[in-house]
Ligand binder design. Structure first.
Ligand SMILES: Nc1ncnc2c1ncn2[C@@H]1O[C@H](COP(=O)(O)OP(=O)(O)O)[C@@H](O)[C@H]1O
Ligand SMILES: [Mg+2]
Length: 219
């Protein structure tokens, strides 16, 4: 299947264990541009699954294909750039680079994906997320909400086909919970990307057609 027609995600008999079997998923696919929630209580393996989907961890059995590409099969030297080009990640702890400004964090995401600087795109993304006036600020100066939006900006600046977000709403009150979920959906739509959110937050369940329940069945 060519990269243009392949689903965003295809999982085949995916297994990962720690001191015990942690992830054991049936074959499952997420079509292009469709969104999904990964649900499960704390400790059920949601963050581990996101790391498997991003190729930051290798499965013990089975495989993960993103856009038809088994990331684990890429040579180590090409894997990071491939991920940087096609997958945007909003980590739970954000992981903005503290020594770089907001704009420089976006520039770094382009550089790590072997993409040239694109000041117009960088400015558009920051404007779209209400961060234009903070482009030259260091992450330590940002509020928690601004820092999260900066992490979202960094995740989408390369127009990824897959956006992964780890517990983006869990620490938020109801109003901000809806706002951030909608913001992520808007950004995914703007890129034509699939959005996959790992969460134990039941408040955003209705916004998503597909659920992958780590304690139960895929739908
Ligand atoms: N590197 C690791 N080594 C050993 N155990 C781990 C490691 N990473 C996570 N775990 C364990 O795996 C389980 C699932 O963790 P995690 O994927 O973070 O779940 P969730 O995101 O659903 O809370 C937890 O019991 C956690 O302690
Ligand atoms: Mg987690």
């Amino acid at each position: 299947m060519s990269a243009d027609t392949a689903p965003t995600l295809q999982l085949t008999d995916l297994q990962y264990r720690i001191d015990r079997p942690l992830i054991d998923l049936p074959d499952w696919r997420l079509p292009r541009g469709e969104h999904c929630l990964v649900l499960g209580p704390s400790g059920s393996g949601k963050t581990t699954l996101l790391h498997l989907l991003a190729g930051l961890l290798r499965p013990h059995a089975g495989c993960v294909e993103v856009l038809g590409q088994d990331i684990g099969a890429l040579p180590a030297g090409r894997r990071d750039a491939w991920r940087g080009r096609h997958v945007g990640i909003v980590f739970q702890r954000l992981h903005l680079i503290g020594a770089l400004t907001v704009a420089q964090n976006l520039r770094l995401a382009r550089s790590l994906a072997d993409l040239p600087p694109d000041p117009v795109r960088e400015r558009d993304v920051l404007e779209g997320l209400g961060l234009a006036r903070l482009a030259d600020a260091l992450p330590a100066r940002l509020s928690q909400g601004e820092a999260q939006r900066a992490a979202i900006a960094r995740a989408v600046v390369n127009r990824p086909a897959l956006i992964l977000a780890d517990e983006p709403t869990s620490a938020l009150d109801d109003a901000n919970c809806s706002r951030v979920a909608e913001l992520l959906l808007e950004q995914a739509a703007a890129c034509g990307a699939s959005l996959l959110i790992a969460t134990h937050d039941a408040r955003i369940k209705e916004l998503f057609l597909h659920h992958l329940d780590l304690n139960g069945d895929a739908a």
